[in-house]
Each structure stands twice: as structure tokens, then as C-alpha cells.
Design a protein around this ligand. Structure first.
Ligand SMILES: Nc1nc2c(ncn2[C@@H]2O[C@H](COP(=O)(O)OP(=O)(O)O)[C@@H](O)[C@H]2O)c(=O)[nH]1
Ligand SMILES: [Mg+2]
Ligand SMILES: [Zn+2]
Length: 289
């Protein structure tokens, strides 16, 4: 039996990378019977003669959208223009990464097109305060590319972000052989025109970079009551508010409110928290009005 990594799931078959070769395999019936879907990112044991996947090894994590497993870091790609920088969406995606216990890094693309950098630099400072790195980069001038290359080596990194922000462009700069389809940004649609349709693990510097279909909207599948636990920066308040289950809204003696006053948590971040909190469902229906 050989051990490999599923790098692509395509039409019921799985491309598995092992010892420098790629095998096209099908799962053995019993795996299907147990309703255990093989997903891209899985570490598997397979039979080289029958070309079947025999066993899925335990996952370190599993993400539903895009459907992948064993991710070590999430690279949240967002453009500075076309589409415009959206702190709301970035905080939401950061929450998404933290929900899955995956380390997030924010990469802002298309800085060659940005005329005024003030807003972006302020945003970068804001996230630096809560220890979240924001890398600025341009596919056109290649500014900032080296730092991203360093970040990606030896790691399994998922690139995530709206269609049209430049995920595939970035991947092609890492290695032109990757040859990912680049979509044109459509001003009329307000997003990229061509979508990357599949999830693909690409071998890169002893690790993998994962290109994924862009999303037009991201859904956090958590309840209101759980948001505070995952929202970036709010972990500093855990166990420090007067109420153990404080949601940092109008409760008395709230640590988050104190951190905002001390300028450790940004007001802007808090406003986004409130909006996200509004969008989510209550856990307990009886509280619903
Ligand atoms: N000016 C500029 N254009 C970029 C940059 N990165 C990507 N683009 C353009 O943005 C569009 C969408 O890029 P693509 O890589 O397909 O985005 P994806 O949907 O996130 O994979 C294409 O027209 C790219 O040429 C950048 O850093 N600067
Ligand atoms: Mg793409
Ligand atoms: Zn609180």
C-alpha cells in the first residue's frame, strides 16, 4: 500500500500525488458505503495495482466551501481596487478561517492600481494590532511577491477570496507551469468573468498552494452566540467580561468595550462585528422575535 495526497477530485476520480508521481484512482466500495467522501487534501492509502483508495487517514481539518481538508493556512486574497477593498468581507473571511482553526494571512492585490494608499495602510495597522499580517502585492509590478513566496513554502495554503481578486494570477506567478485560467474583471458584473471551477492542490516548494473557485458570497454557518468566539481580536476578551456568555453588545462590564476604549480593538472592527452579529441566526428560537 502506498500513501499519497489527493490533489484533485474530478468526475468521480481522484488524482493522488505520491513520491513524485500522480495516480488517477477510484475509492474502494467500502469507503463509499461508509458515506465517507474523499476530498481534495486528504491523505490516503491506496493500492497501486487495483488503483483504488483503500483508506482515508484522519484529517487535521475539513472545510465545506471550498471542499478541502488538511489546510495549514488560509491566504485571504482581496484586491485594493476592482473589486474595491472590503474590510467587512475580510473580517468575515478571517472569522471563517478562525472557525476552522486555520491560520489566516491577508494578501491585498492590485496595489499598482491604487492611487491613495492611506486607507489601506490604516487597515494594515488595524490588523497588525491583533497580530494579523496584511501583505500588499501587485501581479503587475511583482511588488510584494517575494514575501508571499516565503510565506507559502513548506505549507499547505488555501487561497480564498471573491472571483476576480487575482488568486489565479498570483498562482501563475509562483510557477508559470501551473497555467491557471485568468478571468477578466468585468466592471458591469462587479466581479471576475471566468471562474476557476475546481479545487486544485498545486505542488509548490515542499508544500501545496490550493486554487479554489471564488465566491460571490460567503456564509458563516455559526450562530450569533458563537461569533464572539471566532471574531478576530475578540479572543483577548474571553473569560474577562462580567457575563461569561457576553456577546459584547449592551452587557455591563464588557472587556471588548474596554479594549475599544484603549484602542486595542478598532472601532471599525467592532462595527463589522455588530453587522455580522445581525446577519446570523439565534441558537435558541425562543429568543427570536
Ligand atoms: N493591475 C492588476 N491586475 C491584476 C492583478 N492581479 C490580478 N489582476 C487582474 O484581475 C483579473 C482577475 O484575475 P484572476 O487571477 O483571474 O482572479 P481570480 O478570480 O481571483 O482567480 C485579471 O484580469 C487579472 O489580470 C494585480 O495585482 N494588478
Ligand atoms: Mg481563479
Ligand atoms: Zn463582553
Amino acid at each position: 500500500m502506498k500513501r499519497g495526497k489527493v490533489i484533485l477530485s474530478y468526475a468521480g476520480q481522484y488524482h493522488v500525488f505520491a513520491h513524485g508521481s500522480t495516480y488517477v484512482l477510484r475509492p474502494r466500495g467500502v469507503i463509499k458505503f461508509k458515506a465517507k467522501d474523499v476530498v481534495a487534501g486528504d491523505e490516503v492509502l491506496f493500492d497501486e495495482k487495483t488503483l483504488t483508495i483503500e483508506k482515508i487517514l484522519p484529517r487535521t481539518n475539513f472545510i465545506r466551501r471550498p471542499r478541502v481538508s488538511n489546510i495549514e493556512q488560509m491566504i485571504i486574497v482581496s484586491s485594493s481596487v476592482e473589486p474595491e477593498l472590503s474590510p467587512h468581507l475580510i473580517y468575515k473571511t478571517l472569522t471563517y478561517a478562525l472557525m476552522h482553526e486555520v491560520k489566516p494571512v491577508v494578501v491585498i492585490s492590485k496595489i499598482d492600481k491604487l492611487k491613495n494608499h492611506d486607507e489601506l495602510l490604516a487597515f494594515q495597522k488595524q490588523l497588525a494590532k491583533i497580530n494579523l499580517p496584511v501583505l500588499l502585492y501587485s501581479a503587475k509590478t511583482k511588488e510584494g511577491l517575494e514575501k508571499i513566496e516565503d510565506l507559502l513554502k513548506n505549507k499547505v495554503s488555501l487561497l480564498i477570496g471573491q472571483t476576480g481578486v487575482g488568486k489565479s494570477s498570483l498562482i501563475n506567478l509562483l510557477d508559470p507551469n501551473f497555467n491557471r485560467t485568468i478571468g477578466e474583471y468585468s466592471k458591469a458584473l462587479g466581479r471576475g468573468k471566468h471562474q476557476t471551477k475546481d479545487v486544485y492542490f498545486l505542488k509548490y516548494k515542499e508544500g501545496f498552494v490550493v486554487d479554489s473557485p471564488g465566491f460571490s458570497s460567503l456564509e458563516l454557518k455559526i450562530y450569533k452566540e458563537d461569533l464572539a468566539q471566532f471574531f478576530p481580536g475578540f479572543e483577548q476578551a474571553i473569560g474577562k467580561c462580567f457575563f461569561r456568555d457576553c456577546q459584547h453588545l449592551n452587557e455591563k462590564d464588557c472587556e471588548v468595550k474596554k479594549l475599544i476604549k484603549q484602542n486595542i480593538i478598532a472601532k471599525e472592527a467592532y462595527l463589522i462585528y455588530q453587522k455580522l452579529h445581525d446577519e446570523l441566526q439565534y441558537k435558541w428560537r425562543r429568543f427570536e422575535k
